[in-house]
Design a protein around this ligand. Structure first.
Ligand code: AMP
Ligand code: FE
Ligand code: FE
Ligand code: ZN
Length: 285
């Protein structure tokens, strides 16, 4: 069994639509794939309709959150959520707020870039974000197409990284609130790429303990952005706190170099996740 529990389609910041993504998953020999677009469930129905026979699809999402340390500015954290009820009202409202927040902050970044002469037009970027969930990868694509940079990676390295003068932070959900919402909707919250230092500051074990206290059920341990010592540390934390361990590619189509299935989840851990998710059911034969 090959299980990849973290992928993005063009409904958020991946480059393949949900049907194409499932074909990619099948062709890569996966048995189970989770669709985890940022802050939206818009891809679920498309994935259910397009699911190839033999492939199990886990409906999921990646919620944009923040951890508030006592002595430092907030730290961006991503919360994977699986098998929740997409109609749960307060959770649906919070996703809507985050999508709106993405639009406002995306426009602010683009306005600042345009003011310095970069040839980017906000309306064109929104138009090309199929699902309307705009993220920095959309801005990166626009910069590539305008000939400003050669690649999405170069756009992040030069203009879009979190220390850039053009960077604007989103007002993301307090992660403890996010965990509570996922649980209230019957879902399984899993802390995504928790020690990915290349993305910015990361939280300490104290934060993970607080998240577990708030109802966190799993840690994404095997992730392309985690070095071996980071995986080992998280595996230890998961064992200590009794959390599910997942592994996944965080596939984004051609917006990232990582192939689908680059990291995978152990079947016994997947079973534990299935048992815990009661808000919706996987799409399967
Ligand atoms: P946002 O949610 O708009 O802040 O953008 C974050 C997204 O940008 C992540 O989900 C990744 O898809 C992507 N990303 C972040 N850092 C990089 C990077 N260095 N290179 C390519 N993509 C990145
Ligand atoms: Fe992304
Ligand atoms: Fe993420
Ligand atoms: Zn992701």
């Amino acid at each position: 069994m090959r299980i990849d529990l973290h992928t993005h389609s063009s409904v958020s910041d991946g480059t393949e639509n949900p049907a194409e993504l499932l074909t990619t998953a099948r062709n890569a020999g996966l048995d189970v794939v989770a669709l985890t677009d940022h802050d939206t469930t818009a891809g679920w129905a498309l994935a259910e309709a397009a699911r190839p026979a033999g492939l199990t699809v886990v409906p999921g999402m990646e919620l944009s959150c923040r951890w508030f340390p006592d002595d430092q500015p907030p730290i961006s954290v991503h919360l994977l959520a699986y098998l929740f009820d997409p109609t749960h009202p307060s959770f649906a409202a919070e996703r809507g707020r985050l999508r709106d927040e993405r639009l406002q902050r995306g426009e602010r970044i683009v306005t600042a870039l345009a003011a310095d002469g970069y040839p980017v037009v906000w309306e064109e970027i929104v138009e090309r974000s199929e699902g309307g969930v705009v993220g920095r990868p959309h801005l990166a694509r626009a910069l590539v197409e305008a000939g400003v940079v050669e690649s999405v990676d170069e756009a992040f390295a030069t203009l879009l990284h979190h220390r850039s003068p053009y960077y604007v932070a989103k007002v993301d959900t307090d992660v403890r609130e996010g965990i509570a919402l996922v649980r209230a909707a019957g879902g399984v919250p899993v802390f995504a790429h928790g020690l990915a230092t290349k993305r910015g500051r990361v939280v300490g074990d104290d934060a993970i303990a607080a998240m577990a206290q708030a109802g966190l059920l799993g840690l994404e341990v095997d992730h392309p952005d985690h070095a071996p010592h980071e995986r080992a540390h998280l595996r230890g934390v998961a064992a200590e706190m009794g959390l599910i361990v997942t592994g996944s590619s965080d596939y984004h189509g051609t917006n990232k170099q990582t192939p689908i299935g680059a990291c995978t989840t152990d079947p016994a851990q997947f079973e534990a996740l299935l048992d815990a998710g009661i808000g919706s059911a996987p799409f399967r034969d």
